[in-house]
Design a protein around this ligand. Sequence first.
Ligand SMILES: Cc1cc2nc3c(=O)[nH]c(=O)nc-3n(C[C@H](O)[C@H](O)[C@H](O)COP(=O)(O)OP(=O)(O)OC[C@H]3O[C@@H](n4cnc5c(N)ncnc54)[C@H](O)[C@@H]3O)c2cc1C
Length: 489
Amino acid sequence: MRFAVRRTWRNQLGNQRIDPLRIYEPRTVADVQAIVRLARERGVPVRAVGSGHSWSDVALTEGFLLEPTGMARVPAPEPDFLAPEWTRRRLVRAEAGARIKELNAYLDANGMGLSNMGGYDHQTIAGVTATSTHGSGIAFGPLNDALRSLDVVVGDGSVQRIEPAGGPTDRAAYEAHHGGERTLVQDDDVFDAVCVGIGCMGVICSALVEVRERFFLREVRELHPWAKVRADLLDGAVLDAHEHYELAFSPYDDGYAHPFLVTTRDTIDDPRHRLWHARTRNLLVEAAALFPLTPHVINLLLDLRPSLAPKLLLASLRALVKKRYDNVSFKVFNIGAANILPAYSCEIGVPIDGRHIEAVETIFRVARERRELGRVYQSSPIALRFVKASPAHLSMMNGRDTMMIELIGLNGNDGGIELLKAYEEALYALGGRPHWGHLNTLSGSHGFVASMYPRHADWLAVRARLDPDGVFDSPFTKRAGLSSDRFVP
Ligand SMILES: Cc1cc2nc3c(=O)[nH]c(=O)nc-3n(C[C@H](O)[C@H](O)[C@H](O)COP(=O)(O)OP(=O)(O)OC[C@H]3O[C@@H](n4cnc5c(N)ncnc54)[C@H](O)[C@@H]3O)c2cc1C
């Protein structure tokens, strides 16, 4: 099998890079098995990457790096062997390297749609499940909660189909087809560990996703002051009143008492015959985000006059207000051109139990202090999304309904990374858990990660079974205390 050597791998933003020993592009499950077996034999670590949309070091490896492009078919060629009670559900098996974008195109063409997704669609299916990527809407868990079955090449190079108890695969049909060559595991504990595996449980080759019929959404965006949003969040009814509810805000109160852009999304009938302006986002804002010089102009302005930041944030939130945007679901979920601005982000989840209100006010405080002490400013609106509790052991949403706080900074903004670290530190005191794929300063020392996740030990126990030799260890697993040496009692 061919591979590249002496090639640098970079993530999409370019803030993470590494020179692995080899870069492979496997095309089949058998290719992946051969790579993992060779790595184990030679004592070299392996890591599959997605499309490199993690800002953290979670995808880096010094050993064999597997790129996803050769295994990106929708539907996947693997047969499902569905048990009879599952045949009436809407299920699609996709290869792990397919991006949400390709999955959506297939679903749309076949009258289906994802129930929910994040604000972007360039990440791969394996990538989003590995880090528990999420959207917003308190009735919806993260994307990994829509998965029903995963085909994984584990640490000894064998293939396991991993599902919850009572999962979709008919055991007799599966075993008759594969003989003893592959194993079907139907076990809640294993499934809940593997679906948010952070690249450590093996190489995911394909995933069976449960979807729904094609549907349409209306998005409404209004500007409100913190006082109103605070009262709504305290009351809580607003989270159930809309299918999808999310917020973007400025931490400053210059000229407006903390402006919050409130976005709601609800199902509507097919809007095909409505006027074009109801079926588009604000075109000027989209064009400005697409214009390559926009971030440089903003950074230049902020360098010359940092104190302009609060005004710029208020103006950008005002520009996003819109009475309605109606379209097919996946286009409305995608927040549009803002995704391609060169920016990085740190995202922390806090429980929706009163600490979510404290968290917002903590951000106001940190922003105020950093401005007073060092003239450091927030360069982009901060987003709040609301996600249902997930059973996945290491999902940031594990066991609690969660408000995810996305702290975004424009690339190149002076003091921006340090500002995110200051927010992160302050939010840990409120039970914060960082998104695995976003910038974070997590450390495995002092039982820090273990203290955040009640199922941490169960996750490590499953990892010890699937990867006893630490084939999927990496610089990140060492930093976060998730490496194989942790298995030793
Ligand atoms: C513009 C942008 C928008 C974003 N929007 C959101 C959002 O709305 N919501 C949200 O929650 N996050 C969001 N993120 C974060 C992003 O969704 C996650 O970091 C996601 O994990 C990236 O997926 P990827 O395919 O790029 O995977 P990578 O970043 O390449 O890898 C992520 C992890 O997945 C593992 N992995 C990849 N493939 C496999 C495989 N085949 N088998 C086993 N493990 C594998 C890697 O080892 C790594 O640990 C966004 C990021 C960007 C840059």
